[in-house]
Design a protein around this ligand. Structure first.
Ligand SMILES: Nc1ncnc2c1ncn2[C@@H]1O[C@H](COP(=O)(O)OP(=O)(O)OP(=O)(O)O)[C@@H](O)[C@H]1O
Length: 340
């Protein structure tokens, strides 16, 4: 019996179910999932696309830096993740919390229990007329913790951050770096699973920035807190395992650092840069690669057994070699597909 094309075609319900299953699989095991996030601002009749389909996964226990030029969308992303802002479209989850559909009450609970924050301006992080210890105890008092518990927790956190000696000092008696390390302790008072830091070193000099970034690293290593730090301080990548670069509201590349042990037993850190392949298969070619081979308009792709190569549309006269055709699967595509 011949089946009619209509009988073979999936129904709308089947297609929707398939789409749901695909969405469910993306980042299922990750602690933080941003899936095709879009945030559009309307400002005086002008539309600004701050996030343009951003994908990001962060695993439990990771220490990740998000870097990017001014206006690339870093703060917008952090506002969304911290529950202060709701994206226009996409999916965003932190642990069990679906940030797209939380009620106002759930949002407050999320901000109190799941996440902690450190902002660039120290005044936003700590109360000026309280000592460092009192600042750390403050959120614990709001959560109803007993005095003894509060004191012990404050002393422990200030010690972990290397500012135990500041316990009885007010912010005006501390340096900027000390204040930011106290701010990290305050953010961790209620034992959040995730710590978000927005430009925590923005107002600090290089040496002090180093101490604050090392403080975040210690917290990640010793307390197991997942840390996401947003910055345009390019030195941050020396302090974290993974640096994600955002460009035009999308993740564009990642630098992953790992320790490599040589045959003679010596250890050294290897930093590898990756381009991000988004869920639609788009890759952004770095500008220096495009410029070196004058890649504009469209490029040729060739599928090899272990990799894909990208070739200029027109080969320069001094390099007349053709793209490999072993697999016979090279094709020309508009370069903008690569550059989006
Ligand atoms: N409330 C808003 N209304 C309109 N446009 C906004 C608003 N907030 C941000 N934008 C725009 O969205 C884009 C992304 O801004 P965002 O602050 O997220 O970038 P950023 O990478 O954090 O920049 P910076 O490093 O300078 O803080 C920019 O073009 C910005 O002008």
């Amino acid at each position: 019996m011949n089946a009619t094309p209509t009988a073979l075609a999936p129904t709308l319900g089947t297609l929707e179910e398939r789409a749901r299953q695909r969405t469910g699989a993306f980042g299922e095991d990750a602690l933080i999932v941003c899936d095709s996030l879009v945030r559009i601002y309307q400002s005086e009749g002008v539309e600004v696309q701050a996030l343009q389909g951003l994908d990001l996964l962060v695993e439990q226990g990771e220490l990740v830096a998000i870097v990017g030029a001014s206006g690339s969308g870093k703060s917008t992303l952090l506002s969304v993740l911290s529950g202060l802002d709701v994206p226009t479209a996409g999916r965003v989850r932190v642990g069990p919390w679906d940030l797209m559909s939380m009620s106002a009450k759930q949002r407050v609970a999320y901000r109190r229990s799941m996440v902690g924050f450190v902002w660039q301006q120290t005044a936003r992080n700590i109360v000026p007329y309280l000592t460092a210890a009192e600042n750390v105890e403050f959120p614990l008092a709001l959560a109803g913790a007993r005095r003894r518990v509060r004191r012990a927790r404050a002393a422990e956190l200030l010690d972990v951050l290397g500012v135990g000696y500041c316990a009885d000092r007010r912010p005006s008696q501390m340096s900027g770096g000390e204040q930011q390390r106290v701010a990290i302790a305050v953010a961790l008072a209620n034992s959040p699973q995730v710590l978000f830091a927005d430009e925590p070193t923005g107002e600090l000099d290089t040496a002090t920035s180093h101490d604050v970034l090392e403080g975040l690293r210690t917290v990640n290593r010793e307390l197991g807190t997942t840390v996401v730090v947003v910055t345009h301080d390019s030195s941050v990548s020396e302090h974290v395992q993974r640096t994600v670069a955002i460009r035009d509201g999308r993740t564009s590349s990642e630098v992953v650092r790992r320790t490599h042990t040589a045959d003679d037993g010596t250890e050294h850190v290897v930093a590898e840069e990756f381009a991000v392949l988004d869920r639609a298969g788009r890759v952004q070619l770095p500008r220096e690669y495009r410029e070196a081979l004058d890649l504009v308009g469209k490029v040729r792709l060739a599928l090899e057994s272990s990799h894909v190569s990208v070739w200029p549309d027109r080969l320069p006269p001094d390099r007349p070699q053709e793209p490999p055709t072993r697999t016979g699967r090279h094709r020309a595509v508009p370069a903008h597909e690569e550059q989006q």
